[in-house]
Write a protein of this length. Sequence first.
Length: 476
Amino acid sequence: MSTRAQTLILFGATGDLSQRMLLPSLCALDAEDLLGEELQIVGTARSQLSDGEFRNFARAAIEKYLPAERRGSMAGFINRLSYSQLDVTTPEGYKELADKVGPDRQVATFLSTAPSLFKPTIEGLAAHGLAADNARICLEKPLGTDLESSCAINDAVAAAYPEDRIFRIDHYLGKETVQNLIALRFANILFEPLWNAQHIEHVQITVAETVGLESRVDFYDGAGALRDMVQNHMLQLLALVAMEPPGSFEAGAVRDEKVKVLRALRGLTDEESVTGQYKGGASSGEIVPGYAEELGRMSTTETFVALKAHIDNWRWQGVPFYLRTGKRLPERVTEIIVHFRNVPHSIFPGARLCPNKLVIGIQPEENITLSLMAKVPGIEHEGMTLREVPLNIAMPDAFTGKHKRIAYERLLLDLINGDQTLFVRRDEVEAQWQWIDAIRAGWEESGKTPKPYNAGSWGPSAAIALAERDGVSWHE
Ligand code: BG6
């Protein structure tokens, strides 16, 4: 493992992500003595703040977003913090930042700012020696809006940092159950022999949200569900489900396997995608406005997308991967369902045998359930009655005493330690964009516009038909 960072610079330190996720995550790591004694954290943003004011800001954010039992004493963490005011688009300010960091420090920089600011920021850092030696850079999404803009961002970053020092965040990879998927597949002998087209009939990945636009009107309307959720989080989940066993749990090995899957994604036909946009309705017991009302104008941005994807390789030939995500759906749930094939021959006449299903619940509950057929207790005249029963590993029960972590805790610690395994490599991002761009081009060509759906429903009926045409029902 490479050397630990001694200074972490947070760009966008007074922003929403920093407040809700980064500062609370860092404090939680500190409370468990995971940050190491030496680490200093320098926040930077446009607002004029003293060190003391930034520390007060951080304290308030932690008290709001981190449960009291995870905060530790906080005093030690707050003492690590300092602040340097900086307008990233002007050369002034970087000198003060460099002075604050001090000479000969191992630096990691986290950019949680608009991607349009990445280039000037990186130039400023490089000109002041803050990108030199083993300095690392961490980038938050969105990394572009298509392949071309993503390449431009990646090129700007590559001008100052080699790929092995670039950490692209996909916060889904920091989620405990997403990592557990890797453990489930590769620390057990049980699944691997069955993990292929011969034994798996299809896979479903759902990322459903109950929220609407929140306060992200401009960003979201320029993105839509496909680019906001599928391009990154859902394709990463798909890659982890579908990849070949890597030779080791190391950054290069894992990412080599993921990128092969992403490159093997087949282009979609027009019938293989459905888009939707929510109308007003009832969501989580409340009457909520439609997307256009929230936005204040009409729009053709999709807030829901359902896809039928295929991976063109030997392992997955003929196995559809149904993906769906949307805002204002009936519940917040992220899950992966691996649907096995039925037994080749039934010896139970009259019994309906349900194929085995592995349900990997990612959120809100971390749960892994394997549904199996079992005999219903009792004596029958003939044969036996069978029923599907769940074999349930509820993670919180299996690991009592372990608290739920913020996904950023894992990722920030890996950034500080220099471990890229759970970060996305440039070739992965580009393969993801290539597939997404082709879908969008197809929509444009066929003039596809989102179908309306009621807030609080599971999306347009066409999404149900997309699966039902193949005799598949979405798992609900
Ligand atoms: C973000 C998207 O990347 O992920 C948001 O931009 C979305 O639109 C969020 O709400 C979902 O993350 P999580 O961790 O709440 O599932």
